[in-house]
Design a protein around this ligand. Structure first.
Ligand code: KG4
Ligand code: ZN
Length: 352
């Protein structure tokens, strides 16, 4: 037949993902259809540490990956013998986590003589926009990846042609959500719990910093914001001990701080997207990554896009947080002849 079934593997951080996608057989081009996509979350294991513990993450990937692959194949209703290519995220991410996915992918590709496609995790997050709108023209566009590890703006000429425009100089936006959630005693991961707490809070209760908001640069900084939340909390500590851990605040204080923090992050993300659109003259905006699941961000960025008269692409929540379906970008790579060398290694750091 002229369609190709691809098995995708995602193990860059703390979610073990496997997916089966069906797309045009290269060199034909086209957006694939997701036949199945499963994710084993490790959230419960990292919860009590308030963040991802790399050693636990890699061990859990070892335990979960083969069952996830079996489940993805089962839900797609195919055996491994029907798979014609393997895609795996090889960068960036936690080294131990990346190695588990790549080792499995290499072994299967080698054993079955299949082409192996190495995918950039950020490119995959951006491709989720195309996957969610298969019939729409998504490129050229401004792309924002906003997740636990990244806050980066790109000029996307196509699915595999993303040029960096700017990014965070310290924490990622999702990392700030996670740290603030921990300060407020709300649990992990921070995004969803801060968003929930913010619903009963006043976003104007605290005046928190919005780094680079009016500067003519497409960069971000969120570490000062996190520190400002800490100082606001210490102000709440009646004992006022300098440097002491203030402990979790009363619920209304937590709600007001969560709302004020979320509004500050959203203000900056929306402003920088607007700036990037104006600077590049592009008329489309795509947003990917876990923080793109945030309801307040989705609401505010939709309003901005309408004001600016640009088309907005934000994937449904399941395609925002880490998953293997977004590795469907591998079809664009295959069409461009970009098959990985069998000796390929992982690249943990951000190479841009
Ligand atoms: O894309 P992702 O699953 O993994 C990385 O590549 O980092 O993103 C995870 C991040 C976490 O920091 C989490 O707190 C954040 O996305 N997140 C959210 C929401 N859901 C997840 N942040 C804000 N609001 C949300 N609803
Ligand atoms: Zn991610």
């Amino acid at each position: 037949t002229d369609s190709l079934l691809l098995l995708a593997i995602e193990t860059t951080c703390d979610e073990t993902g496997a997916a089966v996608l069906e797309g045009p057989r290269p060199p034909a081009e086209g957006v694939p259809v997701v036949r199945s996509s499963v994710v084993a979350s490790q959230v419960d294991l990292h919860d009590r540490f308030g963040g991802v513990v790399p050693e636990i993450a890699s061990r859990e990937h070892v335990r979960q990956l083969l069952p996830m692959i079996d489940e993805a194949l089962r839900r797609a209703g195919v055996g491994l013998d029907r798979i014609g290519a393997i895609a795996v995220a090889t960068r960036p991410g936690l080294v131990g986590s990346l190695v588990v996915g790549l080792t499995a992918a290499k072994a299967m590709a080698m054993a079955r003589g299949l082409p192996l496609v190495a995918v950039d995790h950020l490119e995959a997050h951006l491709y989720a926009c195309q996957l969610a709108y298969p019939d729409r023209e998504v490129y050229p566009s401004v792309g924002l990846v906003v997740s636990g590890g990244h806050t980066s703006l790109f000029r996307c000429r196509g699915p595999i042609e993303a040029e960096p425009l700017g990014g965070t100089i310290d924490d990622a936006a999702g990392e700030a959500f996670d740290k603030v959630a921990s300060l407020l005693g709300l649990g992990y991961p921070g995004g969803p719990v801060v968003e929930r707490a913010a619903r009963s809070g006043d976003p104007a209760a605290y005046d928190l910093p919005r780094a680079f908001l009016r500067d003519d640069r497409l960069d971000f900084s969120f570490s000062g914001l996190k520190t400002a939340v800490l100082y606001a909390l210490r102000g709440q500590d009646q004992r006022g001990r300098a440097g002491a851990d203030p402990g979790p605040p009363p619920p209304q204080v937590a709600a007001d701080l969560a709302a004020s923090f979320q509004e500050a992050v959203v203000d900056v993300l929306v402003a920088k997207c607007r700036q990037a659109l104006r600077r590049t003259g592009l008329r489309r905006l795509g947003i990917g990554g876990g923080v793109a699941a945030n309801g307040r961000l989705r609401e505010r960025v939709s309003a901005m896009a309408a004001e600016e008269g640009v088309e907005l692409f934000i994937p449904p929540l399941s395609l925002c947080t880490d998953n293997a379906a977004m590795l469907g970008v591998a079809f664009a790579k295959l069409a461009a002849g970009q098959v990985a060398d069998p000796e390929i290694d992982v690249t943990p750091g951000l190479v841009r």
